[in-house]
Design a protein around this ligand. Structure first.
Ligand SMILES: [Zn+2]
Length: 410
C-alpha cells in the first residue's frame, strides 16, 4: 500500500450587501489601478521575456510604487504575480497551439489579495485601501459554513471584484486528503447505477456485487403519503399558507431519509472501489426528461417517480466522494452497454417467463450467438469496464502492469 496526500481545492463565492457610494469609490480605485498595473506589467514582462514573479518584481516594483504611491504596496506585488501567472499559462497554451492571440491580452481581472490585504470578520470582510481598512458586510451562506466548520482550511489569499454595487469575494478552501492506493493496482471497477440498485463489476477479479436500494419503492411510497397528507389537510384550509399541512409534510422527513440512504450507499460503493480505477457512465444533460419522453405512456405518478428517481443524485454523490478520496475515475458514454454481449459483442435479448426471478426482478439477458446469460445490470457494469479497457486504457487487455489513471476531477 502506498500512502500519499493530495490537496483538494474548493472556491466559494461570497457576495456583499449593497455598498455605499464611498466604499464603491475607494474599491473601484483599487480595481482600476490593479488592472492598469497588471496590463502594463504583462506588456513589459512580455517584451523583456521575463515570466518569473521574483525577477519581474525586481524590474517593475519601484516603477509602480512611484506611479501609485497611495496604493497599499501589496496590491502591486499581487498584480505582478497575476501577470506572471497569466504569462506562464499563455506560454503553455501557445506551446500547444491553443493561444488565440500572439501575445497575452488582459480582458477580465479580479483583484488578488494576500493575507496583508484582507481579513474575514464575523460580519464580512475587511479590505486594505488607501484610506485604511474598510468593512464590507457579506452574506454568508450554508455552503461557506459547511466548508468553514467541516475541516477545510481557508486559504490566506483571496480575489475580489465589483459587480454592479456589490463586492464578490472568491475565497478558497483547501483540504489535505490521504490517498490510499495500492501501488500496483490494475483493478478496474465498472459502476452501473439504476433506479433500484447499484451494480459494481471488478476487473480482473471478475466479480460483481449488486447493492439493492429499492429507491423507486421508497420514492413512490413517499409520493402516496404526501398526496394523502395534502388531501387530508387541505380539505378545510386549502394548500396556501396552511401551517398544519406544512408541519405534517415536514414530519415526513422525506428529504433527510432519502439523503441518508444515498449517503450510506455512496459510502458502501467507495469502500468497495477505493483500490482501483472507477468507470462510470456519462449521464446526458437533462437525463431524466429524456427517460420520461421515452416512456410517454406512463401515468402521472410514474412520471413523478422517474423524475424523482435519484439516479442522477446518486451518480453525483458517488463522484463527489471519489473526488474527496482522490480515487481516479472516468466517465464513459454508456450507449449499448446494457444490450451488448461482453463475450462476442452480439446484441442481447431479454429472457422471458420463468427465467426471471421474483423479488426485485433482475432482468436476465441472453446472447443468441454464444449463449452467455447474465443480469442486465451486471452486463452494463462489465461493458463499462470493457469500454474503458479497449478504448481508453493505456494498458493492453490482460497485462498486469500499473496503468496511468485517467484523471478526472482535480
Ligand atoms: Zn455472445
Amino acid at each position: 500500500m502506498n500512502k500519499q496526500s493530495e490537496t483538494l481545492e474548493r472556491t466559494v463565492v461570497l457576495v456583499s450587501l449593497q455598498l455605499t457610494k464611498t466604499k464603491i469609490k475607494v474599491l473601484s480605485y483599487i480595481y482600476q489601478v490593479y488592472g492598469r498595473i497588471l496590463i502594463e506589467a504583462l506588456e513589459r514582462m512580455w517584451s523583456n521575456s521575463i515570466s518569473s514573479w521574483t525577477r519581474a518584481k525586481k524590474l517593475l516594483y519601484k516603477r509602480f510604487r512611484e506611479k501609485y504611491p497611495d496604493l497599499p504596496s501589496h496590491y502591486i506585488h499581487e498584480a505582478i504575480r497575476d501577470a506572471s501567472q497569466r504569462l506562464k499559462s499563455f506560454k503553455k497554451l501557445k506551446k500547444k497551439g491553443l493561444a488565440k492571440t500572439d501575445k497575452p491580452v488582459v480582458k477580465k481581472w479580479s483583484v488578488g489579495c494576500d493575507n496583508q490585504l484582507w481579513k474575514l470578520t464575523l460580519e464580512g470582510v475587511r479590505i486594505a485601501t488607501r484610506k485604511g481598512w474598510i468593512n464590507i458586510p457579506l452574506q454568508f451562506h450554508k455552503l461557506f459554513w459547511r466548508y468553514y466548520n467541516g475541516g477545510w482550511i481557508l486559504r490566506s489569499s483571496t480575489r475580489w471584484k465589483l459587480v454592479e454595487n456589490k463586492l464578490y469575494l472568491y475565497v478558497v478552501f483547501t483540504r489535505e486528503v490521504e490517498v490510499i492506493r495500492t501501488s500496483n493496482s490494475s483493478k478496474v471497477y465498472g459502476i452501473d447505477i439504476n433506479e433500484n440498485n447499484v451494480t459494481i463489476y471488478c476487473y480482473p477479479e471478475n466479480k460483481a456485487a449488486t447493492i439493492v436500494t429499492n429507491f423507486s419503492k421508497i420514492v413512490l411510497g413517499y409520493a402516496y403519503r404526501r398526496a394523502r397528507i395534502q388531501r387530508k389537510w387541505s380539505r378545510v384550509f386549502g394548500v396556501k399558507d396552511n401551517r398544519r399541512l406544512k408541519i405534517a409534510l415536514m414530519k415526513l422527513r422525506e428529504r433527510n431519509v432519502k439523503k441518508g440512504i444515498k449517503q450510506k450507499l455512496a459510502r458502501i460503493v467507495i469502500d468497495i472501489v477505493k483500490d482501483g480505477v472507477v468507470v462510470l457512465e456519462k449521464l446526458p444533460k437533462r437525463f431524466q426528461d429524456k427517460v420520461i419522453e421515452k416512456n410517454r405512456k406512463l401515468n402521472g405518478l410514474d412520471a413523478h417517480r422517474l423524475k424523482q428517481s435519484s439516479i442522477r443524485g446518486i451518480h453525483k454523490l458517488i463522484i463527489e466522494k471519489l473526488e474527496g478520496y482522490v480515487i481516479p475515475f472516468i466517465l464513459i458514454n454508456p450507449s449499448y452497454t446494457s444490450s451488448t454481449c461482453p463475450i462476442c459483442s452480439s446484441k442481447l435479448i431479454l429472457m422471458k417467463g420463468y427465467a426471471q426471478r421474483n423479488g426485485w426482478k433482475p432482468r436476465l439477458m441472453k446472447c443468441p450467438r454464444c449463449g452467455f446469460i447474465h443480469d442486465r445490470d451486471i452486463i452494463g457494469a462489465i461493458n463499462l469496464v470493457g469500454k474503458y479497457i479497449l478504448d481508453v486504457s493505456p494498458m493492453p487487455l490482460g497485462r498486469r502492469v500499473p496503468m496511468t489513471p485517467v484523471w478526472s476531477g482535480l
